[in-house]
Ligand binder design. Structure first.
Ligand code: ADP
Ligand code: MG
Length: 320
């Protein structure tokens, strides 16, 4: 049997925060705590959770843009962080990321040609100028843009078109995995659907595997096969998207599915994460969701539940 395209094993990430007092120890914030999952080739894996729960941290590590504190990431069976820099860089063309903010992530001073060709330019095999431009133009067509757009600047495009440019840039090295971190969050709903449909068409055409990260449940429900729900750096529930949306088991998933979106949740939630989050010094064994959980009992304050299979879903809760 072929290994899963991506396998994440017991991933942990600690951030060292600024010291509160001159001689005090710097507090260590655990942004990811024992994350594990597998993504099958050709599937779409969703990661949902509130702002500050660790989604982008996880994305950066899976893309090998940042190192974990502990744990492993396997891509096609090879562990990324035990590869040599050279071997890792040779592998990079196989996984690309579409970033959160198409305004910030596209260099406003560069033309589309240079922006989309950038991932090609870091490959060991160099293309001729003509072939390079041809590849960019072909890829622009793939994402529903015009070949002549190579000579334009990002500001000449709408938000949806800019996101298409970002997708073209990810697609140009013909990756097998694309990680999309809040890729459509900045777009109007109708434009979101167009971009998501494009991504699903591309998936079918190229047998792409996606990791879709979003705080927006409707986006994840629309495009993914399997979804993991993260709360404060820990997967609290995972299952087939259809099952999980129909029958959420974890109290946090239930809250998420019932929640009315906040106007600007990101700032508040980041603060909540910091306040309630797990600090590795004096880390307690409590369930991370326990302070907000209506179903919490004594054991929830004492033992952090592990992720266990309940039917077809994985759930970390003492009361399921
Ligand atoms: P999300 O993408 O789910 O909003 P992030 O992965 O960006 O969450 O952040 C997870 C947590 O880690 C947050 O509390 C955030 O403030 C913290 N964090 C992220 N990056 C850093 C960093 N470089 N240094 C310290 N803390 C960080
Ligand atoms: Mg993020």
């Amino acid at each position: 049997m072929k290994p899963p395209l991506v396998k994440v094993v017991n991933l942990t990430k600690d951030y060292h925060l600024p010291r509160q007092k001159l001689f005090a120890k710097a507090p260590v914030f655990r942004a990811l705590n024992g994350i594990d999952f597998e993504v099958a080739r050709g599937s779409s894996f969703g990661i949902v959770g509130e702002s500050g729960c660790g989604k982008s941290t996880l994305a950066r590590i899976v893309m090998a843009l940042d190192k974990p504190t502990g744990g492993e990431v396997y891509f096609e069976g090879r562990e990324l962080f035990s590869l040599s820099t050279k071997a890792l860089n040779a592998l990079r063309k196989n996984f690309q990321m579409v970033f959160q903010d198409p305004y910030g992530s596209l260099n406003p001073r560069k033309k589309v040609l240079a922006i989309v060709a950038e991932p090609l330019d870091v490959l060991p095999e160099k293309l001729t100028t003509g072939r390079r431009q041809e590849r960019v133009e072909d890829t622009l067509e793939e994402v529903g843009l015009n070949r002549r757009d190579v000579d334009k600047y990002p500001h000449e495009f709408s938000g949806g078109q800019r996101q298409r440019i970002a997708i073209a840039r990810a697609l140009i090295t013909r990756p097998s995995l694309i990680v999309a971190d809040e890729s459509v969050s900045a777009l109007d709903v109708s434009v979101q659907a167009q971009v998501l449909n494009l991504m699903m068409d591309l998936q079918e055409k190229y047998n792409l595997t996606y990791i879709f990260i979003s705080h927006d449940l409707s986006v994840v429900e629309y495009v993914t096969d399997v979804v993991a729900v993260i709360y404060l750096g820990k997967i609290v529930e995972q299952g087939k998207t259809r099952d999980l949306f129909r029958m959420p088991l974890h109290p946090y998933t239930k809250t998420l599915l019932a929640a009315v979106p906040d106007i600007d949740p990101s700032k508040k939630r980041q603060r909540t994460a910091r306040k309630e989050g797990i600090f590795t010094d004096g880390a307690s064994g409590a369930c991370p969701f326990q302070p907000r959980c209506r179903e919490a009992t004594e054991i929830c304050g004492q033992v952090n539940p592990s992720l266990e299979l309940k039917g077809n879903q994985r759930v970390a809760c003492h009361h399921v």
